[in-house]
Structure formats: structure tokens, C-alpha cells
Design a protein around this ligand. Structure first.
Ligand code: GAL
Length: 412
């Protein structure tokens, strides 16, 4: 009876949204400071489907380190969330898609006309054997260096353009009394720094070759990455392991450090949470040695097989992939739309510059954020990092990385 009433009410109002009821559990790591963009999207969903109860299930922890562990337990335990955040690329494909736990979303892409709205390269990243498995909500850039322009002026330094230049600037800053010119956080942020150093040292082609197996991790060129990485680490704070990515950014904003290498969710944090103006409150540049290259990653959501609220999930995915959804979420998140038809006037100066680079730069994928290597490699790379940090032995770290690459058959 209640259902019939709701359906009639929906028809009367000319909106199908009212007829939808039940629940929708959205699982992500966008908690606390990372929450506002997701909340804006949920608010939009609630406007369209006021009778659906949305459960915003978050597990705190940058880059999803904790959320992925909880997700694993739930997926393996037969209790999948209705929809979960996952990076486009191997993070999704190499885990739940190959395990046949995700629904094919190709029909949704066709219905919504999305095949021409998302870049082909991105659709490829979401696909396995010709079928598409998640809906991308954004494009983030990994290789960005953040700073405060007024502080650099005060110290009389420019944003370095290469890692060699960075090391010189680091010495200058140290001589001016800045103990740790580079702000760094917990393990995953160190891996994040590593991928930018690798890109800068190897260049885009050899960096990409690491993921296809064409360049081995124990090749002298790849060993050299660890050597540079070690010298860069010497410019960083010693208490890194205890800091979140936000706390590392805070060090830069407080003038206790000059630079931080982080993905552009940092721009979201500095604008949405801290209320700073891009170009004034903070400045940015490609990570040293990576100008002209955009290291990308994309957050996406999928539909696990056997969920309780399938229709509500499909409506959620429709909203995520829509122009309105993307242009609501991304300006707050610090990312650009994955769709090619978004409205630039809704985006701030940093994001407009990212949009230009996304169109004109060479594109490579992020390791730490799921684009290029399966979860089995990604999660063990944290151990490689620990090996390097405790031994400072570049060859040992390179050998460990190659052993894992061989084990997981990276690139095959
Ligand atoms: C990334 C994710 C971003 C942001 C960041 C920090 O992996 O793609 O959206 O949440 O982690 O947690």
C-alpha cells in the first residue's frame, strides 16, 4: 500500500525519485577533512531520492590503506557494501573483477551515453575483457609540489624544476635554518613521494616501462631512483611516520617546511577546509623533473554482485557519472571531472591549470593510487619502503621490488 502510494505520488510530481526507498551504503575513505565533496554528492542524491536512507560508511586513512583492508574482509565474508570507492585501474580489475565479484556496467555506460563522455584511455582503465566495471567520479594528479609563494619569496628560493635543483634548494634552506625543507608523512605518503621521484629520474617512458615489465626494478636506472630518493629524504622531517598527509601539508602552511609532494586532494584540503586561495595562500608546480607529464589516478565506484540495494546503487552511479554530479563533487575535492564536458567556470585557478595539463600533457598512471599495478604489488611495496628506510640500501630495495614484481607477475 505504502509502495503504491509512493509510486502515485512520484507520478503526480513527475519525478521517479520519490518512489525509490530502502537503503544505500556508500563505502569510502573520505572521512573528516576529506568528506565535504562526498557529502555534497550525497546531498544531491538525497534531493533526487529523498526516501532512500544513505549510509555514508567511511574508514579513515589517506589513500585507503585502512579502508581496503576492511573492504577485503567484507567482500570475502559475503557482506559487500552497496557501492565502494576504488581506484580505476589494476586496484579494481586485479582484485574484485578477476574474482568475478563485480557487475558489468557496460549497459549503464551505453544507456547514459557515457562512451563518448569519458576519455577512451580512462574507459580502458576501467575495463577487463571488453567490459566496464566502475564509474569514475574524478581525475586526480599525483605529481604535484605544493608551497606557499610568500614564504619562498621570504627565503629567496624558486620552486625547483629538477631533483638536482631540489637538492640545491634544500641545502640553501637548511643553511637558512629550515631543518626539514620537505614535509613528509606516513608510509604511503613516502611511497607517493617515491613515484614522483621515479618519474622525475626515469622520465615518462621508463617509468611506464616499470609497470609493463620492460624495465626491471633492479636495472641500474631503477636503482638510481632509490639513490635520489634517499637524498631527497634527507631533506624531510624525521617524524614523518607519525604524520597524516594533512599534517604534512600543515607544516608547509605553517612555514615549518617549504615543500610537500602530494596529490591534488591537497588543493581540496587547502581550499575547502583551510579556505585558502590558489596562487595566494598556496602555490603549485609539477614535482621536480616531471613538467609535461600528468601522473593520474581516478576514484571510481562500482556495483558488487549480490548487493541488497541494486537499484539505489545504479541511481548513485548515474549521479556520479553525470555532469551535475561531477561538477558538484570535484571543485570541492580538488580534482577535475573525469567527463570531458565539465564546466571550467565552476573550478578554481589550480583546477583550471590541471584541466589544461590533463589535455596537453603526457599521461602516466600512479602506483600508490591503484592505476598501474595490482593490489598484490601495491600493498607489498610498503614493505619495500620499510626495507629502504631501515637499511638505506638502494640495491636491496630494488631487489625486493623486483622479487615482488616477479611474484605477482607484474605486467604479464
Ligand atoms: C587517494 C584518493 C584521493 C584521496 C587521497 C587521500 O588514494 O584517490 O581521492 O582521498 O587518496 O586520501
Amino acid at each position: 500500500m505504502k509502495k503504491l502510494f509512493l509510486t502515485l505520488a512520484a507520478l503526480a510530481l513527475g519525478t521517479a525519485g520519490l518512489a525509490q526507498s530502502g537503503k544505500l551504503e556508500i563505502f569510502s575513505w573520505w572521512a573528516g577533512d576529506e568528506g565535504p565533496a562526498l557529502q555534497a554528492l550525497i546531498d544531491l542524491y538525497k534531493k533526487r531520492y529523498p526516501n532512500v536512507e544513505v549510509i555514508n560508511a567511511t574508514v579513515t586513512g589517506g589513500s585507503g590503506v585502512n579502508a581496503r583492508a576492511v573492504l577485503k574482509t567484507r567482500m570475502l565474508g559475503g557482506d559487500p557494501p552497496d557501492s565502494f570507492q576504488v581506484h580505476a585501474g589494476q586496484e579494481l580489475i586485479g582484485t574484485w573483477v578477476v574474482a568475478d565479484r563485480m557487475e558489468d556496467l557496460t549497459p549503464l555506460f551505453n544507456q547514459e551515453g557515457w562512451m563518448t563522455k569519458f576519455p577512451k584511455g580512462l574507459i580502458d582503465l576501467l575495463s577487463y575483457k571488453g567490459k566496464i566495471y566502475s564509474v569514475p567520479v574524478n581525475i586526480h594528479r599525483s605529481n604535484v609540489m605544493w608551497y606557499v609563494p610568500a614564504k619562498l619569496r621570504e627565503w629567496g628560493v624558486q620552486p625547483p624544476k629538477t631533483w638536482a635543483e631540489f637538492l640545491t634548494v634544500c641545502q640553501t634552506l637548511k643553511s637558512k635554518g629550515l631543518e626539514a625543507p620537505l614535509a613528509l608523512g606516513e608510509n604511503w605518503t613516502q611511497q607517493h613521494l617515491w613515484e614522483s621521484v621515479a618519474l622525475g629520474v626515469l622520465g615518462a617512458t621508463d617509468y611506464a616501462n616499470l609497470w609493463t615489465g620492460k624495465l626491471r626494478f633492479n636495472d641500474p636506472k631503477a636503482v638510481a631512483v632509490w639513490n635520489t630518493f634517499g637524498r631527497v629524504l634527507d631533506c624531510a622531517n624525521k617524524d614523518a611516520s607519525g604524520l597524516s598527509w594533512q599534517q604534512a601539508i600543515d607544516r608547509v602552511l605553517e612555514g615549518r617546511a617549504a615543500f610537500n609532494i602530494m596529490g591534488d586532494w591537497a588543493a581540496g584540503y587547502m581550499t575547502t577546509t583551510k579556505g585558502l586561495k590558489p596562487g595566494e595562500g598556496f602555490g603549485w608546480a609539477p614535482a621536480p623533473g616531471t613538467a609535461g607529464v600528468f601522473m593520474m589516478l581516478s576514484d571510481s565506484f562500482g556495483l558488487p554482485k549480490g548487493v541488497k540495494n541494486r537499484t539505489n546503487v545504479l541511481n548513485w552511479l548515474r549521479l556520479l557519472g553525470s555532469k551535475e554530479g561531477q561538477d558538484t563533487f570535484n571543485p570541492l575535492k580538488g580534482s577535475i571531472a573525469a567527463r570531458t564536458d565539465s564546466d571550467p567556470s565552476k573550478y578554481n585557478a589550480y583546477l583550471q591549470s590541471a584541466m589544461r595539463d590533463w589535455k596537453s600533457n603526457r599521461i602516466v598512471g600512479s602506483l600508490v593510487h591503484g592505476a598501474v599495478a595490482p593490489e598484490s604489488f601495491m600493498s607489498q611495496f610498503g614493505t619495500v619502503m620499510e626495507i629502504y628506510l631501515s637499511s638505506r640500501n638502494a640495491q636491496a630495495a630494488a631487489n625486493a621490488a623486483q622479487a615482488i614484481a616477479t611474484q605477482v607477475r607484474l605486467g604479464q
